[in-house]
Design a protein around this ligand. Structure first.
Ligand SMILES: Cc1ncc(COP(=O)(O)O)c(C=O)c1O
Length: 417
């Protein structure tokens, strides 16, 4: 790939999709070479670029601040869930903040982290992996930590790796996700009543044995961690196995309109309190796998209004772009209008926001309050999209988000620490 001097990054923001199309894959392959445009704020970016394509604004200072906070306050090792936002720059800011452990869901994520940080520890936490992915992760990238939730996956990992004596295996539990805005319990995890035999088989096969779980994404109640650690304690007693790793997963919340969680320090306090009741040996490592809480507020999308029909606004980004969550979950996102030439009036009004594709599903849930005189040619900044935002975009109908830029202003909302 060629060097990307700032000039072609600028061009990609202004020119049609075919030019931009090549960028995301290239970015994953040669992260350090991509030069990002930087602006004092999202509004300054709009004033300077007048972007035709949507622009994803990343806020390095916000991501670094949360990375440092987690490293200082979590009572164990912080493992970043790469799927949340795999942008190499995001990984680098978190690494600089002190994060040295990475949860990969796929071989592509394993490769990306291994290339960026050869010394980092990679955990392959998807409970269902292909044999090829396990083999490359183990033999080529030195991955030793694997998650599983069935006897068959255990046998698969053992067989592919040749029954070695250095595996660190974590059994994923299925637990209630009733305090989370986005449940993750339906697909993975061994049921509590079936966990004992898997614990024992995994303990026998692994050099290091661990337990992991996920309380559900955007967990609104710290008590969930205490309740779940209680289940783990009972299971360990029943199964009579020694634990080397205890991974309390992700689920730590960010803040969204209408969804303000307790301060993150309450979660740390709850986890400390629950850990004190666990039968853990002195060598047992504690881990967490946050995603959303680390990066949600560090990213926003700036989309342009292409047409107004009464209270309907047609944007150039939507459900198949970086606004997937805004369309498919009950999450609401903070918004603000941007008009570089002139000012909005004082009145506000609720609008329905449509994305650019022809699909009727390309509409955001809920009404968004914006300046009442917003019109074609204005831009809208949508915040809290650093997690599961640009990461989820597709090229459906030929639309997608352009290159990310970096901005230095504050996020639209910040979670209380
Ligand atoms: C295994 C695993 N770990 C961690 C995370 C990150 O979760 P969150 O963004 O809720 O912190 C996810 C999210 O899907 C996950 O599947």
């Amino acid at each position: 790939m060629n060097e990307d001097p700032g000039g072609s990054a600028l061009a990609a923001l202004r020119f049609p999709p075919t030019v931009i199309n090549l960028v995301p894959t290239e970015r994953l392959r040669a992260p350090s070479r991509v030069k990002r445009l930087r602006f004092a704020s999202a509004a300054e970016m709009v004033a300077s670029l007048r972007p035709e394509a949507p622009v994803h604004c990343l806020r390095p200072h916000a991501i670094a601040r949360l990375g440092r906070w987690f490293v200082r306050n979590f009572p164990g090792d912080v493992m970043y869930a790469v799927k949340t936002n795999p942008d190499p720059k995001v990984l680098t800011w978190l690494h600089r903040a002190g994060i040295r452990h990475f949860d990969a869901a796929s071989l592509a994520e394993v490769r990306s982290v291994a290339k960026l940080f050869p010394e980092a520890r990679i955990y392959f936490m998807h409970p269902v992996k292909s044999r090829e992915a396990i083999a490359e992760a183990y033999f080529k990238h030195g991955v030793r930590h694997f998650a599983l939730d069935s006897h068959d996956e255990l046998q698969k990992i053992l067989h592919v790796t040749g029954y070695p004596d250095d595996l660190a295996l974590l059994v994923r539990l299925s637990i209630p996700n009733d305090k989370a805005a986005y449940a993750l319990s339906g697909k993975f995890g061994v049921k509590l009543e079936e966990a004992s035999s898997l614990f024992q088989a995994t303990r026998k096969a692994a050099a290091l044995f661990g337990v992991c779980f996920h309380v559900g994404s955007q967990c609104m109640d710290p008590q969930s961690y205490i309740t779940t650690l209680g289940y783990v304690r009972d299971l360990l007693t029943q199964s009579d196995v020694r634990l080397d790793m205890l991974d309390v997963g992700g689920g730590f919340p960010s803040v969204y309109p209408g969804m303000t969680p307790p301060p993150l320090s309450d979660y740390m306090q709850a986890i400390r309190q629950a850990l004190a009741m666990m039968p853990l040996g002195p060598d047992c490592r504690v881990l967490c796998e946050p995603g959303r809480a680390l990066v949600a507020e560090g990213g926003s999308t700036v989309a342009r209004v292409e047409l107004r029909k009464g209270r309907k606004l047609y944007l150039n980004d939507g459900a198949f772009g970086s606004l997937f969550d805004a369309a498919h979950t009950n999450f609401r996102f903070p918004v603000r209008g941007i008009r570089p030439d002139g000012h909005f009036g004082n009145d506000e009004a609720p609008f329905t926001l449509f994305g650019p594709t022809c699909d009727s599903m390309d509409v955001l849930q809920d009404a968004y309050v914006l300046p009442a005189d917003i019109r074609e040619g204005d831009w809208i900044e949508i915040g809290q999209l650093g997690a599961y935002g640009a990461t989820m975009r597709t090229q459906f109908n030929g639309f997608h988000t352009g290159l990310p830029v970096e901005v230095a202003d504050d996020p639209l909302l910040s979670v209380e620490l």
